[in-house]
Design a protein around this ligand. Sequence first.
Ligand code: SF4
Length: 220
Amino acid sequence: MSDKSRCSRRGFIRVLSGLSALAAGFSSRCLFATDFVKNRFGERMIESYPPFDDARSKKVMFVAHCILNQNARINTCAYTPAAIPKIPECLLRRNIGIIQMPCPELACLGLGRGGPEQIYDQLSTPGDRRYLRSIARDVVYQAMQYRKQGFRVLGVLGIDGSPSCGVDITYYSGEKPGKGAFIEELTQALADAKLDFPVKGVVDAKPDEAETLIATLDPE
Ligand code: SF4
């Protein structure tokens, strides 16, 4: 056999094995354009709706970061060594998954940030507001994912009296009625997405009230 015919024979075998691999792919599970959706970055991803038929409760609650980690608090403002125990205990007793939101002040202003007087204004610079909007959008995205898959999103627990996470009471030259900077962005992002779950404030020093509030958000 000449060199030329040997080469063309090898090429033919290669093409044949490529075709059979392609056929094997099609006969098992091949992906079509309709299998993909766009993720929030406009990129293709595969989405499915499994039954989630396992141990999970299918109910979740978003909580301000410092409910689980008082170490993020401003100097002199940690109320307990670690978490505010009664709140996670109550959530876990009720089989509610706890989603800890980032601490906006820690992320924008650092752990050694100054007193609460200037915090609302400091969080209102264009860059910090952009960051607050981005974490608000992330909360909305996660909430929509849970809702879409049939989970119950019971709400958001903020921290009343905080210039960032206050819901009914903020801090601006003393405690005042109103929302903190992050909760302003979050409630706007929830409204834009037409999500209607409750955003409620709790107070560290009143964990019993927080337990009562959680019971109203999660009626048995
Ligand atoms: S109230 Fe908000 S900003 Fe303040 S420490 Fe807690 S999570 Fe951070």
